[in-house]
Design a protein around this ligand. Structure first.
Ligand code: ADP
Length: 226
């Protein structure tokens, strides 16, 4: 089938059965092919993070199936879901969430060690990724010594550390000024294209959205094509 991500009839309701019940996702079906980059556009509160968390196995749906690289993980146990997430999914958020007491390099090494990679190989990969995003000279800097755009580039390297097949990004340039946002997005897209990664990227920025392969919108809990 060659789909990196295959969501089928996903529904999610918060506070189910209570008067405050919110139906966030209604029957959402989405396939992302290998190498495809899809934009997800929706106003705040529309359910973008919920959708990304379900796709990335951080949260579960009330109904529907989640397949990553043709494996149905919807009903898999936590251990299997964690393993699939570590190996196949890279996340980037609006804020970098780098560990403040560690250097840029260490922030990219740590997830690899957690995934069983040896220290020397992990450091070599981290240096290679930092060089790709133009930050070779910042390897030993801590997050507080980096600009917002630099920190986001390091966060992107961390997301790429374990060679994921799927990148999930929640407003990855939302905290940056327009010029820096453009630069970070360009670097990110170059590397995504070069590695043939699939990506689902939530953004408010329509101009960035239209540089991706397809634009989808969440509207009243349903996913529609732009
Ligand atoms: P977005 O990322 O598009 O801003 P979210 O997916 O974060 O939207 O949230 C969608 C809706 O679901 C919002 O109305 C939010 O308040 C609600 N929501 C999100 N998480 C929870 C939760 N854990 N419990 C109850 N409501 C939630």
């Amino acid at each position: 089938m060659n789909n990196t991500l295959d969501l089928n009839s996903i529904s999610k309701t918060y506070n189910q059965g209570k008067p405050s019940e919110i139906s966030v996702l209604r029957d959402v079906t989405l396939q992302i092919k290998a190498g495809e980059v899809v934009a997800l556009v929706a106003p705040s509160g529309a359910g973008k993070s919920t959708l990304l968390h379900i796709a990335g196995l951080l949260d579960t749906a009330d109904s529907g199936t989640v397949r990553l690289n043709d494996q149905d993980l919807s009903a898999a146990n936590d251990k299997r879901r964690t393993q699939a997430r570590r190996q196949d999914v890279g996340f980037i958020y609006q804020f970098h969430h780098l560990l403040p007491e560690f250097s840029a390099l260490e922030n990219i090494v740590l997830p690899q060690l957690a995934n069983g990679v040896a220290q020397t190989a992990a450091e070599a990969r981290a240096r290679d990724l930092l060089a790709k995003v133009g930050l070779a000279a910042r390897a030993d800097h801590r997050p507080s010594e980096l600009s917002g755009g630099e920190a986001q580039r390091v966060a992107f390297c961390r997301a790429m550390a374990n060679k994921p097949t799927l990148l999930l990004a929640d407003e990855p340039t939302g905290n940056l000024d327009p010029k820096t946002s453009d630069q970070v997005f360009a670097v990110l897209m170059d590397i995504v294209r070069e590695t043939g990664l699939s990506a689902l990227i939530a953004t408010h920025n329509l101009e960035l959205a239209h540089r991706m392969d397809r634009v989808l919108r969440l509207d009243g809990g349903r996913l529609v094509s732009e």
